[in-house]
Structures are given as C-alpha cells and as structure tokens.
Design a protein around this ligand. Structure first.
Ligand code: ADP
Length: 453
C-alpha cells in the first residue's frame, strides 16, 4: 500500500468513525430516555388510577382487587397506611425496598411522583401516590416497575448498534478501496511520469484526465514533458550551431596563419593575410561577446534601469552616431521625430536595440535606397520603427529571425557579416522593458521593424 492512500484512508475513516460514534451515541441515549420516560408515565398512570379507585371505593375488597391486578408481570404494588405500615403488597420482597415514611412525607408535596428512578443501579423504579380517605385512613399506593425490561432493551440496542457500527466499518473499507483506486492511481502514475522526466525520458504517457485538478495536473505534466523535450532539442541545435560558428572562422584562421608563416611571402602579402586574421579574430570576439550577453539575458542577470529621456535628444544622438556609416554606403537615413516627448526606458539598452536594428537595415540595404527611422508616441506608448528598402525576408522565415543564431541564408553572413544573434538580443531587451517587437517584410522590397515600449 502506498503512503497517500494510507493517509487518505486514515483521515477518511477516523473522521467518519468520530461522526458515526457521536451520532450513534446520541441516538442510543435518545431511544433509552424515551423508553424510560414511557415507563415512568405508565407507572405514574397506573399508580394514580389505583389510588383514585381506592379513594372512590375504599374497602378491603378494593385493596385486594388492586393488589391482584399487579400480582403478575414486571410490576408490583404496595399499599401503606397512615403510619407507614404495610396494608397489602403484591410481592413480599417488595416490602424490603420501601422508602421510609419520613422520606415519603418529607420530600412530599402530596403529588404523584417517581421517587426512585435510578434503573441502572436499582432493581425497581418506584412511584408514590398519596391517598387520604379520612383522618384515620390515609397512606400511599407505591408502584414498582422492574428495571429488567429497560436493561434488556439497552442490551438489545447495544447489540444492534454494534452490528450497525461493524457494518459501517466494512462499508467504509470498501469505499476506501474504491476511492484509493480511483484517486491515488492517477497520482502514482503522475509521480512515475515526473520521475521519468527527471531521468531525461520525455515520452511520458498519461491518460487524459477529467475536468478536475487531477486532469489539470496531468495536462501540466504532459506540457512540461513536451517543453523539456523541445528545450533539450533546441539546446543541442544551439550547441551544434555554436560549434559550427566557431569552427568555421577557426579553420580560416589556422589556414591563413599557415600561409602567413610561409617564408616566400612578400611583406605586403603577409600583411594582407594578417589583416584577414585580425578581422576573423574580431568576428569571433564579437560572437562570443554576444553569446555571453544572451546567456546573461536568459538568466535575467541584467537590470533594466528605466528613466525619462527626451525622445528628440535620444533619436538625434543615435542619428549623429550612425549617419556617417549610412553616407559611406550611400544609403539615405531619414529621421522622423515630430514631437519631443519623454521616453520611459533604460536609455543604454534602448540605444543598443535601435543601433542593432539600424545596423541590420544598413547591412541589408542596397545603395541609393532610404531607411526611415521614426519615433512617436501612440496611446502613452513609445513607438520606434525602422523601415528599409533592402533585400527583405522570405515570408516563411519571418517567424524565425528572432531565434538565436538564425540567419535567412547562411551565405548572407559571409556577404554581410553578422552572427544571427542581433535580433535575439533585441527581442530579449525589448521584452525586459515589458514591450513588444514586430516585423513586416516583403522579400526583395524591404522590411519594417516596430518596437512598442
Ligand atoms: P545578423 O547578425 O546575422 O544580422 P540578426 O539576428 O540581426 O543576425 O538577424 C537575423 C537574420 O534576419 C539575418 O541573418 C538576416 O537574414 C535577417 N534580417 C534581419 N534584419 C533584416 C533586414 N532589415 N532586412 C533583411 N533581412 C534582415
């Protein structure tokens, strides 16, 4: 048996038994009290009946008649006289159980009453009924009811209650078995599934549960398994891409180094090879730096310190910085910043984002085209858009350009430089600001990147 079903059974059975015991005790006491009260009323009714007959027809014959009526069965009667002497009794052994005359008179107002009601400890319950015919003829009709029938009833009740209690425990056990099967089996399967996940086996098969919490848990575990599998695949692909990214320039480096070391080279030739080596080394340095930046972003190990910056100043500073490179390639950079408003963002990170996008726009634009760099405020949001008339992105690849190390065509990196990490970094930075980035592009016609912060 497993622990959870044991716990469940213990809680369930204990609470049910406590409830059942309280209810049964209440019912038991109620039945006994009702029965005892009935006995009291019957005894009082018979006693007062005999007393009334005695008052109405007081004679020796009447007394004999009353005694005869109670001679059989569980009841008995004793009739006493003025000084407490016994006039007649239905059973001589009752005479020893008589209370003293002082007790009868002392505690009496002269009403009919039960004078001994302790049926548990005494063999009889007793009622007293005073009568008075005249000064000389008075006394008590004392009625006796044997406690035995009540005790028999209690014994019977105990037996039946015990039987019912036993039956309830058996039923509880059956319910527990069914419950534990239906409730704990899915839990155990989910535990086994998570254990499999922790061992790196992602092919968990969990039944589609109902609409309850267990069903939701089962869905969550299956989703976790899929996500983990996807992450593992992505990590392997990423590692493969990185190795490739690093091994290609390294192969070039080694090749050019070997060539540069040859003795038969002129100074000029050696220098040109060394220039290539320096360029490739720088590319590798940039790649590693970008990878480290991304790793930090993935762990959220960088802070975004938002502050208010003037939109005009922000845009013009960037324009001044990049315009010479655009002019060099003969690409027109158009800055559109109609109003000056305040941007609430981390200026250093936001500048990194915009520079990255402008760098791409320039990289993928042909000569004599225009790049529009627009900054505006729409519904309390800063909107920055960078649109170029460059080579564009094929439609089916647009969704992938924000993935790490993704490039539309591997050959593009050789032609244009770049490592496929720029947009992944941009996306992380924009999302760290709580903002969003979207792209619209037409292959061969141009692309527009829009950031909303
Ligand atoms: P890279 O450093 O290679 O430019 P990015 O992550 O910045 O890497 O971009 C990923 C890919 O998206 C690029 O390789 C390029 O093919 C494509 N891309 C990005 N920006 C543009 C653009 N403005 N025009 C056309 N293609 C673009």
């Amino acid at each position: 048996m497993n622990k959870i079903s044991k716990k469940l059974a213990a809680y369930f059975i204990i609470s049910f038994l406590v409830l059942e015991s309280v209810l049964m005790m209440y019912l038991h006491q109620n039945i006994v009290h009702t029965r005892v009260d009935e006995e009291y009323s019957r005894l009082l009714a018979s006693g007062s009946n005999h007393r009334n007959v005695l008052i109405d027809y007081y004679s020796d014959e009447t007394i004999t008649h009353i005694v005869l009526m109670e001679i059989e069965g569980d009841r008995g009667v004793v009739i006493t006289g003025k000084s407490g002497e016994i006039i007649r009794s239905s059973d001589t052994k009752l005479e020893n159980l008589l209370p003293s005359l002082e007790f009868l008179q002392d505690s009496a107002n002269q009403n009919d009453r039960i004078i001994k009601q302790d049926w548990k400890d005494s063999p009889y319950i007793i009622s007293a009924h005073p009568y008075k015919i005249d000064e000389n003829n008075s006394g008590y009709v004392l009625m006796f009811q044997s406690s035995e029938p009540i005790e028999r009833l209690v014994q019977k009740l105990n037996f039946h209650f015990g039987l019912a209690g036993g039956a309830i425990i058996v039923i509880l056990f059956v319910i527990y078995t069914i419950l534990s099967k239906f409730l704990t089996r899915p839990l155990i399967r989910m535990k086994e599934a998570t254990e499999k996940l922790s061992e790196g086996k992602f092919d968990v098969s969990l039944p589609i549960g109902g609409n309850d919490e267990l069903g939701e848990l089962s869905i969550a575990i299956r989703k976790l398994a899929n996500d983990l599998e996807k992450m593992k695949k992505e990590r392997n692909e990423f590692l493969a891409s990185i190795s490739h990214e690093l091994s290609t320039p390294l192969t070039y480096l080694i090749g050019y180094l070997k060539v540069a070391m040859r003795h038969d080279l002129t100074e000029e030739e050696r220098n040109s090879y060394l220039m290539i080596i320096a360029e490739e080394s720088n590319r590798m340095k940039d790649l590693v730096k970008n990878l480290m930046d991304l790793a930090k972003m993935d762990e959220r190990a960088f802070v975004v310190t938002k502050e208010n910056t003037s939109s005009e100043k922000f845009a013009k500073d960037i324009y001044r910085l990049v315009e010479p490179s655009f002019a060099l390639k003969n690409v027109n950079l158009n800055l559109i910043c109609k109003d000056d408003f305040s941007i609430h963002a981390d200026p250093v990170r936001l500048e990194q984002v915009v520079l990255n996008l402008l760098d791409n726009a320039l990289k993928y634009s042909n000569e004599n085209t225009t790049v529009r760099f627009e900054i505006s405020k729409v519904q309390n949001q800063t909107v920055i858009s960078i649109a170029d008339e460059g080579i564009g992105i094929p439609e089916e690849q647009i969704d992938m350009i924000f993935e790490k190390l993704f490039r539309v065509e591997k050959s593009r990196s050789r032609t244009f430089g770049g490592s496929g990490l720029g947009l992944a970094i941009v996306k992380e930075l924009v999302e760290a600001h709580g903002g969003s980035i979207e792209v619209k592009s037409e292959f061969g016609k141009g692309s527009r990147f829009t950031i909303k912060i």
